[in-house]
Design a protein around this ligand. Structure first.
Ligand SMILES: Nc1ncnc2c1ncn2[C@@H]1O[C@H](COP(=O)(O)OP(=O)(O)O)[C@@H](O)[C@H]1O
Ligand SMILES: [Mg+2]
Length: 276
């Protein structure tokens, strides 16, 4: 008698796993401003680690309507996918043990510890040094300042463009997750898509420089994908307001018009504090 054939589990995408899997809370991430739960999802023999941020655990903010941060995180993922750069880990809106919230694939740091030191640094003097771009001077205590720099890295450059598109109000160093596979992921996109200019980021190193051709191409594609009645516009309509979608289209159009990386508007603190 031959051994019964084992049927391998059907392959599922991370998106499907996150959306349909059974969600189990394993712990809480400390030092987060909102409730951030470390979880596992299991579905048809597959499992993965993820974060679950229930809407009920969102801290109210003066400049964003209450209970909308989870949707903004999913909208940021949609835009990252639409630009084709895969910078935001798969993120879905779903129900969980503490009610509706966002669920995002957990990204393991190569050695288990997040380390942004290859991406960000504080240096003495006025020159960023080869391979680095200057952001600005930061107060480092004892009446001293140091030059904040970030790596001249194409992944960060794409992220600078994505942040300008999604109007990210809080791009800190801790939100950059270099993964074991050499990719760079970006997280924490709750304060995005405001209709007013809120761009606050560390990634000002290319401010005013011409956008690379790959960014222009991605923006042209995105502009077409955002047309009224498109599938992407339909999905975004479930996540952010019509005024916010119009402002998004306007930001994309403006980047295409200038063909340059965004510069600080001067109306809003341009660098988050603390930067890391
Ligand atoms: N997808 C993820 N993969 C790995 N770590 C994550 C992920 N999402 C969040 N974290 C960890 O949880 C912390 C808090 O998450 P964050 O998105 O910053 O929450 P908050 O909304 O409270 O600012 C992060 O600094 C990071 O250490
Ligand atoms: Mg955070």
């Amino acid at each position: 008698m031959s051994a019964p054939e084992r049927i391998p589990p059907r392959s599922v995408t991370p998106h499907e796993l996150l959306a349909k899997g059974e969600l189990t809370v394993r712990g809480q991430v400390r030092d987060a401003s909102n409730a951030v739960l470390y979880c596992t999802v299991e579905y048809e023999g597959h499992s993965a680690a993820c974060v679950y941020k229930p809407v009920a655990g969102e801290r109210p903010l003066w400049d964003f309507p209450d209970g909308t941060l989870a949707q903004r995180e999913v909208a940021a993922y949609e835009l990252s996918e639409a630009m084709g750069w895969g910078l935001v880990p798969p993120t879905v809106l779903r129900d969980g043990p503490y009610g509706p919230g966002m669920c995002q694939l957990w990204i393991d740091a190569p050695d288990g510890e997040a380390d942004e030191s290859a991406l960000l640094a504080l240096v003495e003097g006025e020159e960023p040094g080869p391979g680095w771009k200057a952001v600005g001077y930061a107060d480092v205590g004892e009446d001293r300042t140091a030059l904040l720099v970030h790596a001249d890295d194409e992944r960060l450059r794409r992220l600078a463009v994505l942040d300008a598109v999604i109007n990210n109000g809080d791009r800190k160093g801790g939100h950059l997750l270099p993964a074991a596979d050499g990719r760079l992921y970006a997280i924490d996109h709750g304060v995005t898509f405001n209709a007013d200019d809120k761009l606050r980021t560390l990634l000002w190193g290319w401010a005013g420089e011409p956008l690379p051709e790959e960014a222009m191409e991605a923006l042209r594609r995105l502009s077409a994908d955002l047309a009224e009645g498109s599938p992407l516009a339909g999905r975004l309509a479930e996540l952010i307001t019509p005024a916010e979608i119009d402002a998004l289209r306007e930001r994309v159009a403006e980047l295409l018009r200038t063909g340059r990386h965004r510069e600080p508007s001067g109306q809003w603190p341009a660098i988050p504090w603390p930067p890391v």
